[in-house]
Design a protein around this ligand. Structure first.
Ligand SMILES: Nc1ncnc2c1ncn2[C@@H]1O[C@H](COP(=O)(O)OP(=O)(O)OP(=O)(O)O)[C@@H](O)[C@H]1O
Ligand SMILES: [Mg+2]
Length: 344
């Protein structure tokens, strides 16, 4: 049996918070660490594709993969960086939203397409568009790990909570095996406001906050302008060093170890347990509605949210039947009354 690649999705429905920068630099750093990586650009803007060297619109890429026209090998292309292949984005991806939505079980399209990933691929990194549409849902359904970049600014926090609950919904409805979600602070600055916000998020989300912060760094903008990954343009810049640390953390905590010990257990197909300690596996829960903002003990909050739902729906059902019976009784009474006093 071939080992399944680790599927890492970089998602936040909020735009401009560093998803593409994170996807590209994480993918390049993991490739530099010797992992075989496929970077998938699911965004019609195709910024990730140009950042790793795509110079002309791609004839074959993510859109054709989603349509089932090609498998992963044929959808992907080499990049200038060893160990890194790209499944490119294209304008067609805007239309893929519509096409996928009308397919049967539209949320599983990407997951099924990724079953064709070659056995030697270690990691698939997916850069999502800035929306919680069908493409992002597909990515989250296929994911083993979701990385949520967030800029620690007041407005972005609202987006973080929404993104968190959106991923929770996907997990509870479609992807019970989604293991971890890691919040990554991006574009951080050394200011009181930012420190307060990062502390507040860390207090709320605890171990889900990744132990790396990507500072605001003008070299990132320069790299984007030159269509180069930052870690290639200037590996010594502060943000590049942060992405290198992120890759080290991902490599040691979120990927299977390399070498003979990396083998999955033949009996279960499971990875040995000791890799799970820093970001504990998320609880499996039945479907849920949007709930309260997560607190330090969000797992328990989630359990409470889930537990009260059946009672609420049961109560609604009983009230509905009661109202129907009252209405029916009224109608019967009225009909009887009319019949009794009807002139002969
Ligand atoms: N650490 C950083 N320091 C300074 N600028 C940054 C940093 N990270 C990203 N940027 C810049 O912020 C802008 C948005 O970044 P990026 O494209 O990675 O975000 P995104 O979430 O993918 O955006 P979109 O939602 O449009 O896809 C880009 O111009 C990028 O160069
Ligand atoms: Mg982007």
């Amino acid at each position: 049996m071939s080992a399944k690649p680790r599927i890492m999705v970089v998602f936040n429905q909020k735009g401009g918070i560093g998803k593409t920068t994170t996807s590209v630099n994480l993918a390049v750093c993991l490739a530099e660490l010797g992992r075989k990586v496929v970077l998938i650009d699911l965004d019609a803007q195709s910024n990730a594709s140009t950042s790793v060297g795509l110079t002309a619109p791609a004839a074959t890429g993510a859109y054709q993969l989603l349509r089932g026209e090609v498998d992963v090998s044929h959808a992907s292309r080499a990049t200038p960086y060893p160990n890194l292949r790209l499944i490119a984005g294209s304008d067609d991806l805007s239309w893929a939203d519509v096409e996928i939505a009308v397919k049967p079980e539209p949320q599983y399209v990407l997951e099924r397409a990724l079953e064709s990933t070659p056995a030697d691929v270690d990691v698939v990194v997916i850069d999502c568009p800035p929306a919680f549409g069908i493409l992002s849902v597909n990515a989250a359904v296929a994911a083993d790990v979701v990385i949520l970049p967030v800029v620690p600014a007041p407005l972005a926090l609202d987006g973080l909570h929404k993104a968190w609950w959106n991923i929770q919904r996907v997990r509870t409805h479609f992807n019970r095996t989604l293991e971890t979600m890691g919040i990554l602070f991006t574009m951080t600055e050394d200011s009181d406001v930012m420190h307060r916000i990062t502390d507040a998020v860390t207090a709320s989300f605890g171990g889900r906050v990744l132990p790396v912060r990507v500072p605001r760094d003008m070299k990132v903008v320069e790299a984007a302008a030159r269509d180069l990954p930052l870690v290639i343009l200037d590996p010594e810049s502060p943000a590049a060093k942060a992405y290198a640390h992120l890759a080290d953390f991902v490599e040691s905590h979120m990927l299977e170890p390399r070498g003979p010990s990396a083998a999955r257990s033949p009996a279960t197909g499971e990875v040995p347990d000791e890799e799970e300690e820093e970001l504990p596996p998320v609880r499996q829960s039945p479907p849920m509605e949007p709930g309260p903002v997560p607190g330090p003990n969000w797992d328990e909050q989630l359990a409470e949210t889930v537990d009260i739902l059946p009672e609420v729906s049961d109560l609604r059902w009983k009230i509905g039947v009661g109202i129907m019976l009252i209405l029916l009784g009224g109608c019967v009474g009225y009909a009887l009354g009319r019949w009794m006093y009807m002139p002969i």
